[in-house]
Write a protein that binds this ligand. Structure first.
Ligand code: HEC
Length: 318
């Protein structure tokens, strides 16, 4: 009698396993390539470059070999006004292109055709470098975004574009996202508001086409801290971000987030050595009520890791 019951149970478990395996194998699934790249997807891959995270080109995951995003209100070649200001992605000679430029089928139907025919992305050469932008075009009566190789279509040269932009119009977005990955921010944060009440707090979930050509994606796994996909829409203050990274307790007294003051490196924006010990002493005095104000957070140098991290947050996470 007992034996018969075991048999029944075993068959039941087998049936359930078989059924769930059938769902995995035969149920409908999404192929990333079937999605049409959105503006977000194109902006993301062009600002991040070939690969973020670990690769043999950047074994220490420090953000080497990444493109620079510049925001221009003037054509660096003709001086004509660009209104509203537009993002351009500068790949200096030797900087590897983003996946969609090398493998155009990743861009999705329509975006691929326009990027090749009007955008001339097949004429871009890594050895010479190139400047890209996202332009609007029409495909089968629908308006879509595509990649334009501005070096081929308007004759912009990468180095000249960087010089015209200057540091104040440059955003080190690709390097910044790499720092997000190497610092392990994703152990606590997610980049994926879910299809629930989440929206009301963290904003709309992403579309499939937002991920075309992003390698790898960094959704995060287990959320212990606020979702960051649209954090810059809630808070676009560079000063707040810098204080929060130097020591989160400066702006959120009970925060459990670690401090990231080491991302400033050794010197500040004026090239003066940062005295972390002195800062700490003054901060402790402030905590004990011996001084009215917390010490000022040093101005980050242009090539510091924190500058890139904040650039990425304020430019891409809107
Ligand atoms: C130990 C978990 C933990 C880690 C690791 C961590 N954070 Fe946080 N973070 C938090 C918590 C908790 C908060 C909410 C409290 C606060 O604002 O400090 C937060 C808040 C933030 C906010 C503000 C969010 C909002 O909604 O206003 C940003 C931006 C942020 N973190 C970025 C980062 C980045 C970038 C890294 C990696 C360099 C990082 N965090 C690493 C826990 C973490």
């Amino acid at each position: 009698m007992g034996f018969r019951q075991y048999k029944f149970g075993a068959a039941g478990v087998g049936l359930m396993l078989g059924f769930s395996m059938c769902i995995t194998l035969f149920g409908p699934s999404n192929d990333f390539r079937s999605g049409v790249s959105t503006w977000v997807g194109l902006d993301k891959q062009l600002s991040l470059g070939r690969v973020i995270g670990f690769s043999y080109e950047d074994p220490t995951v420090s953000g080497k070999g990444k493109p620079v995003t510049v925001i221009l209100d003037k054509d660096p070649k003709t001086g004509a006004t660009i209104d509203p200001p537009q993002r351009f992605y500068v790949y200096t000679a030797g900087t590897k292109f983003s996946p969609g430029v090398n493998h155009t089928e990743l861009l999705g139907p329509g975006v691929e055709e326009l990027s090749l025919q009007k955008g001339k992305i097949d004429q871009a050469e890594v050895s010479r470098g190139a400047v890209f932008t996202v332009s609007k075009g029409e495909f089968n009566g629908e308006e879509i975004d595509y990649i334009e190789n501005v070096t081929a279509t308007r004759g912009w040269d990468p180095q000249g574009t960087l010089t015209a932009a200057g540091d104040e119009n440059s955003r080190y977005v690709g390097k910044g996202k790499t720092i997000y990955i190497s610092e392990g921010c994703w152990w606590c944060h997610t980049l994926l508001p879910e299809q629930t009440q989440d929206w009301q707090i963290f904003g709309a979930p992403p579309f499939l086409g937002d991920f075309n050509g992003e390698m790898p994606t960094a959704f995060g796994s287990d959320r212990k801290a606020p979702d960051l996909l649209h954090v810059a829409a809630r808070n676009s203050s560079r000063e707040w971000m810098e204080m929060h990274f130097f020591n989160p307790r400066l702006v959120q007294p009970n925060s459990i987030m670690p401090r990231y003051d080491y991302l400033w490196g050794k010197v500040d924006a004026d090239g003066n050595a940062i005295d972390f010990k002195k800062w700490r002493k003054e901060y402790t005095a402030y905590l004990h009520g011996e001084s009215a104000y917390a010490p000022d957070v040093p101005e980050p140098a242009a090539d510091s890791e924190v500058r890139a991290l904040v650039d990425w947050i304020l430019t891409s996470l809107k």
